[in-house]
Design a protein around this ligand. Structure first.
Ligand SMILES: [Zn+2]
Ligand SMILES: [Zn+2]
Ligand SMILES: [Zn+2]
Length: 173
């Protein structure tokens, strides 16, 4: 199905104009073209202007009590994307705010910290981006239960996770 395929390769589609819609009820259907019709109707956006949508964090990665989540929507046209940013979108009866999808800030692949790249890194050892050990991330064999973010210094997600709270905060800044 188109919406599912998109999850893996849509980032490479330069003609799409992506935005992040924030705090969408997790009960909302955003996966099907039928759902997109409802969203464009309710949001007073042109029909068929959404070409793809996906939750930033997959539903199965959510905590059970999580009521809202962020999602990326891709529009056919920059002006429509801008209108969604200006006026918000109505998803599942809720007016949600929409912002531009920014490029991720630079993260060092050696020590996992933001603000410099591996070539400029002063760390003595490799810090893993998946677990709490010191080894290159590529050699990591940790299971998902052992995932640890060296940026946030917390368990439960990797340093490369798009939903990493530190990454989301840096994008917002
Ligand atoms: Zn570094
Ligand atoms: Zn590791
Ligand atoms: Zn993190």
């Amino acid at each position: 199905m188109f919406a599912k395929d998109w999850g893996h390769n849509a980032v490479a589609q330069p003609s799409h104009h992506e935005v992040i819609a924030e705090f969408i009820p997790t009960s909302a259907d955003i996966d099907s073209p039928w759902a997109w019709d409802t969203i464009t109707d309710d949001s007073k956006l042109p029909k068929n202007s959404i070409v793809a949508a996906r939750w930033i964090r997959k539903p199965e990665q959510r905590k059970p009590q999580q009521k809202v989540a962020h999602a990326i929507f891709a529009f056919t046209d920059r002006h429509i994307a801008n209108r969604a940013i200006r006026e918000g979108m109505v998803i599942s009866q809720k007016l949600v705010s929409v912002r531009r999808e920014e490029k991720d800030p630079q993260r060092c692949m050696k020590c996992q910290q933001y603000g410099h790249i591996a070539k400029e890194c002063k760390a003595a050892t490799d810090i893993c981006g998946r677990c709490d050990q010191t080894h290159p991330t590529q050699t990591c064999t940790a299971s998902p239960e052992a995932f640890y973010c060296a940026v946030c210094k917390t368990k439960g997600h990797t340093a490369a996770d798009r939903a990493c709270p530190t990454l989301l905060r840096r994008i917002r800044e």
